[in-house]
Design a protein around this ligand. Structure first.
Ligand code: GDP
Ligand code: MN
Ligand code: MN
Length: 254
């Protein structure tokens, strides 16, 4: 068994309004059931999610948090603008974004963007993935899956990894429940986070720095799913999320 991960070379610096699907299709001949993995950074750039730090006016909550934590109030405002709940303020802001993704700084980024600018994360990454997927399918004439990725930290472990924040035509979770293990025992709980695993694999070629590889195509794994899929299916329901419950308790105490 094997699969390929192919870096799409020579993608330019992406600007607001750029047509990512044609930029990609001009640089790689896509095949049926390819999984096109796109860094959220370039999706956000194309969608114009670029803001000048000095233009951001901090609101009351941002000023309060900044006073408590010593962080830049404008950066704090940018994070709050994309957050629906704040769990941790310092040493980093851990939030759930408006689209439901829980991560540090709501994905607002100062890296791989010009000095003095902030790059927000795509506001509805599933919708961005669907739009890109439909255009890529139309331009290439192939059946494709798309994953938009970002680099996220993990609870309990040092080191960040690529994760899926938006998807198109791929089920993000592979359920092993009901399948047998090597000894014939029926698996009862295992669900494999395949979209995150693919994002992690692609991130090995993207890296985090000046590599200039924001698109990777995974070929040879069949996860194509002809139907509605949402990364939101991977967010643990509120009543079962013990970590969020714990963090809310801590916030009340402080
Ligand atoms: P994120 O994980 O989505 O936040 O994206 P990163 O900032 O980690 O960048 C992932 C990859 O995309 C790295 O190889 C960057 O050098 C590259 N990258 C970021 N922006 C651009 C761009 O506008 N053009 C090109 N060609 N590469 C970019
Ligand atoms: Mn990022
Ligand atoms: Mn990254």
């Amino acid at each position: 068994m094997k699969f390929e991960a192919i870096a799409v070379e020579k993608i330019p610096m992406i600007q607001k309004g750029d047509n990512l699907s044609s930029i990609i299709c001009e640089r790689i001949e896509l095949q049926d059931r390819d999984i096109v993995i796109i860094a959220s950074t370039i999706v956000a750039k194309a969608e114009g999610e670029i803001f000048r730090l000095e233009d951001i006016i901090p609101g009351e909550q941002a000023l309060e948090i900044a006073a408590r934590t010593g962080k830049d109030a404008r950066f704090t405002q940018a994070v709050l603008a994309r957050s629906r709940e704040v769990f941790v303020e310092t040493p980093f802001m851990l939030v759930t974004t408006i689209s439901g993704h829980t991560c540090v700084n709501a994905g607002v980024d100062e890296s791989n963007i010009e000095h003095g600018f902030l790059l927000y994360s795509p506001e509805e990454p599933d919708a961005s993935a669907s739009q890109l997927g439909e255009e890529l399918e139309r331009l290439s004439g192939k059946q494709l899956s798309v994953i938009i990725t970002d680099t996220n930290g993990r609870a309990f472990k040092i080191g960040q990894t690529g994760v899926a924040i938006g998807i198109y035509k791929i089920k993000p979770i592979k359920r092993w429940i009901g399948e047998k293990d090597l000894f014939g025992k029926i698996l009862e709980i295992t669900e494999e986070a395949v979209a995150d695993e693919l994002a992690g694999a692609a991130n090995l070629l993207m890296g985090e720095g000046a590599g200039g590889i924001p698109v990777v195509v995974i070929r040879g794994l069949d996860y194509y799913f002809e139907g509605d899929a949402s990364v939101k299916d991977t967010y643990r329901p509120e009543n079962l999320d013990v970590i969020k419950k714990g963090l809310r308790c801590l916030r009340k105490k402080n």
